[in-house]
Design a protein around this ligand. Structure first.
Ligand SMILES: [Zn+2]
Ligand SMILES: [Zn+2]
Length: 277
């Protein structure tokens, strides 16, 4: 997707999204910046070991755990610079925390690599501890790190998706980054896929099967009717309590880039989490 294109597309679907226009444009702008930053890493993942990934799949391991990724501080720095540059420019309230992160990086109090390892190990406490020490809102620090890692994993996703067959991957978690997702789409041919909200990987997954716990009992996996909604379906699993959203391309067509599906169907998140009045 070329730069500027998503913002153009956003205009067509803006009316469907209950988010204030300016914030929405900022969010989509960030997706574009990340899309561009992804280019830094295309070379890095050119020669991934396909066999190793397939072997890992047999043990239920996502690609990033099977491959020696060797992501360095300098690697993360590139996307981090693009992301923080964009944020400081578009969201003035992020300038101060970003300046503080920068200072702490200079003194060596804060290392991007260390924080990204902690995030991937699910050790949010560590990230919050660092945030407290350097005086930055933990949520902002966590978001900045996650947003800086996204382009790296999106590049990995491109590399893996172009070479590896996902048909042996049966999990509802992402075969590349291992993350959960609440986004499903049905293609023009009627085949259902999950799409990872973190790295963008898409893989086949049976319709009506819960992506979190694998339950496919029709009595406990049900569609929640949403008044006035004809584009998207809201699914709930009563076994694990999770919900997910389905974008049916036989209904909405193929004109909107899938990068925008999550935000396009944001109204369903509000409904599912009780945010809509
Ligand atoms: Zn992923
Ligand atoms: Zn479930």
């Amino acid at each position: 997707m070329s730069k500027g294109n998503l913002k153009e597309k956003l205009k067509e679907i803006q009316k469907d999204i209950p988010i204030e226009e300016g914030s929405l444009a900022t969010y989509v702008g960030l997706i574009e910046v990340q899309e561009e930053a992804k280019g830094f890493y295309a070379e890095k993942f050119r020669d991934i070991d396909v066999e190793k990934v397939q072997e890992g799949f047999k043990e239920g391991k996502p690609a990033f755990l099977s491959l020696p990724l060797e992501i360095s501080e300098e690697d993360i720095e590139k996307a981090y610079a693009a992301v923080t540059g964009y944020l400081s420019e578009s969201l003035p309230e992020t300038r101060e925390p970003i300046a503080r992160i920068e200072e702490s990086r200079k003194t060596g109090e804060l290392r991007l690599k260390e924080l990204s390892d902690a995030l991937f190990a699910g050790d949010e406490e560590h990230v919050h501890g660092v945030a407290e020490r350097v005086g930055v809102d933990p949520e902002i620090l966590e978001a900045v790190i996650a947003w800086s890692l996204q382009p790296i994993f999106q590049a990995l996703s491109d590399a893996v998706s172009s070479k590896v067959d996902f048909s042996t991957w049966t999990s509802g978690r992402c075969p590349v980054c291992g993350g959960p997702t609440k986004l499903e789409y049905v293609d023009a041919g009627g085949h259902a896929h999950l799409r990872c909200q973190f790295c963008g990987t898409e893989w086949g997954y049976p319709e009506g099967k819960c992506p979190y716990c694998g339950n496919s009992d029709r009595k406990t996996v049900v569609e929640i009717p949403v008044k006035g909604e004809d584009k998207f379906k809201l699914m709930v699993c009563y076994k694990c309590g999770g919900y997910w959203k389905v974008v049916d391309e036989r209904v909405v067509g193929g004109g909107v880039p899938r990068e925008l599906y999550d935000i396009w169907s944001f109204r369903l998140d509000l409904l599912a989490t009780g945010g809509e009045r």
